[in-house]
Design a protein around this ligand. Sequence first.
Ligand code: SF4
Length: 361
Amino acid sequence: MTAPERKSLLAYGRDEWPAKVAELGGKPFHAKIVREQVLGKGVLDYAGMTALPAGLRERLSAEVPLWSGVEVARSSAADRTTKLAIEFPREGARDAVVETVHMPSLDLDTDDEESRAGATLCVSTQAGCPIGCPFCASGQLGLSRNLRAHEILEQYVRGRALGELSRSVVMGMGEPLLNYKALTEALDAVHDEMGLGNRRVTVSTVGFPERLRAIAPTRPRFQLAVSLHTPDDEQRGELVPAMKGVPVEEVLAAGDDWFQHTGREVTYEYVLLGGHNDTDGHAQRLARRLRGRRCTVNLIPFNPVAGSPWQRPTGRDVERFRAALEAARVIATVRWSRGVESDAACGQLRLRRTQADSATL
Ligand code: SF4
């Protein structure tokens, strides 16, 4: 059973926060200090905000919890990846346990000083996911609910408490474009108050063409990644069920539009499922579709989920696929999943917890 919800600091939002601080006897500049301390400096305890009067610190501690959520599980891997499962209670709403993953950089070859030293945070936008990809643990559970803006933002604050934060991918549980208003509200604070630049945040979507076309002219403050997974219409309906009936070519055309409006190339994500979508034919058909387009392909060898019928491809097969794209002048990179031994695939920590909960019922 979840505890009754108390309104947390971030739940007040930028506009209403000064009024709350005034109610507790503080001034507008005190309200500003609190947000600067939490979002800008990572001070996660009112007692440590020594620029505030002692009485105000005490009243804040008593009345405004810092967190909305509760960390209910944590796992770490040998590569220093840390995965948190956070429960966000909400009265009258369904279970919302989401995952946030902090991945310190392993890319020691990069020229980018900040990336070499930093870490990437993977955040969730929904509890569960309505898209239903059969190779994904989140897809197996369906959608519980959309996260609120402050619940998305809280993942950033908790993630930064685990270590350096230089990049973010909105690639955890959920489909970001189905909770877009909350996402952009959270990202505004991430950009403006946490200092993570527009090019350091990537939002990953299954690529609803009409939604992409609607938001591209607004020049959103993030890089776009579209999960494609196959060049074939029929197979995409199987691998990304919510996109059944939407031709791959239409998704790619919306990606072209995105580039025209924003000047930023789309990355196409492609989970390689051994023996299923990683054949030479798939590589050739994908290359034909993408040749001449301003984009990059990110190949992600599948990370097996317990009980899944899908296989992880061999290193040789992954390289063969990448080389076929490159031969057709399509830029392709490979991203091996991080923290394989600690449930690093999307939704696995939450799935395991849910299964454990069901087993004890
Ligand atoms: S892979 Fe992404 S879009 Fe597909 S079910 Fe999982 S979270 Fe949803």
